[in-house]
Design a protein around this ligand. Sequence first.
Ligand code: SAM
Ligand code: SF4
Length: 473
Amino acid sequence: MSKFGSPVAAATDGAAEASGPAPRMFIKSFGCQMNVYDSQRMADVAIGEGYRETERIEDADLVILNTCHIRERASEKVFSELGKIRELKEARATAGLSTTLVVAGCVAQAEGAEIRRRQPAVDIVVGPQSYHRLPSLLRAERGVETEFPPESKFDHLPPSTPAAVRARGVSAFVTVQEGCDKFCSFCVVPYTRGAEASRPAADILAEIGALARAGAREFTLIGQNVNAYHGRSESGGVARLADLLAAAARVPGVLRLRYSTSHPLDMSEDLIRAHAENEKLAPHLHLPVQSGSDRILAVMNRRHGVRGYLEIVARVREARPDIAFSSDFIVGFPGETDADFEATLALAREVEFASAYAFKYSPRPGTPAADAAAQVDIATKERRLATLQQLLEAQRQAFNSATVGRRFAVIFDKPGRRPGQLIGRTPYMQSVHADVDASRMGELTEIEITGVKPNSLAGRVVTQPARRSREVA
Ligand code: SAM
Ligand code: SF4
């Protein structure tokens, strides 16, 4: 038993602070933005149980690893991390301190009780749709909870404390949709996150309002397939993503909106129009394409071809001429030939992405593509990855260089390395640092880009008053 008392004692005592320090928790998040959001909400649950956060894992009575299963490397990282935490747990036990070790997220969902067999130091395994049940698991100090529960976790999570809301910062993520019904043949998400489900618009807008009152200004609405969003509208009908973005734009304090990640098939007419009409929507769209070969797109079960993708890009560009695109690519998908890969390079050249991620295909157990006979050898995957990354990096640098001399409304959200410096983001998601008064944190500040560094831009404040992002040349 920890000298800080068990979670049960902290939760039921009600006088944990008076009788001794509260137990401490440490949460480490792997993978996507949705996991970052889930980690924040798991922290809310643990705070409700009497914990407070620590930045030092050595001091933690409760350690939660929020895991990612999207590629093999991401899952394996979790097990090497668990090995290190086991040693820590043993060292703490020698000092008379107990540690509850929780594995949450998509590896938890996919592997379930198997995780405890591979690493017996793990006490609790909880999937991404069931972490609202953490309190009973923490009280029992053991358990595996990976069923998809009938109730929505969002209806059972405790409200965030004012401090936790403030800690989500100037740029906040808000989950609006979860799960996926698309079943791309390479992807584990439909199995680990479950069927597509959208939160009611009123709940999302209330969360955005609370975050905005606490100082958040830039909001990214997130979901595995966010543009399939179709939640209950405030009037009882169906709200689509464009409706939700329009309502979010009206929330006092909201300065900029983004959404991620989108499937090309769900780029509906109203959403494309939102890029022309919603002044708070940033001119930047992450639209994964995965491959530039129609044949590979078909076996990936993406349900669109190259021409369909390019048409969407053209329509969004027509609606919002200054839009920039980013994307995801997979190389070495089973059966991918040199000609298929050349087609991917051709598509990337045609679109000219502002930035993009490229991944080697990783067979995921239980997905159809993992059983395909024509797996591509690792050397070919690596060669194609290097070639594609080189092209995408050149495009990123060209895009960044072209911003020198341009002016953007930047939202600064953190202090820079030097005193007097702040770091923020342009509407295009580029990190920019400039000498700016700290009072400008969370404001739209007009910045002229003066230089390009490998991973960021340098800028200077323009003296005239800030204009809205879309009016900035
Ligand atoms: N919903 C998004 C879409 O439709 O494209 C993608 C979400 S997925 C969590 C993020 C990215 O991981 C994908 O776009 C894909 O490029 C990559 N990915 C997913 N499964 C993969 C696998 N088995 N191997 C390599 N990369 C993969
Ligand atoms: Fe995975 Fe995205 Fe395909 Fe859904 S649409 S299965 S999340 S890649």
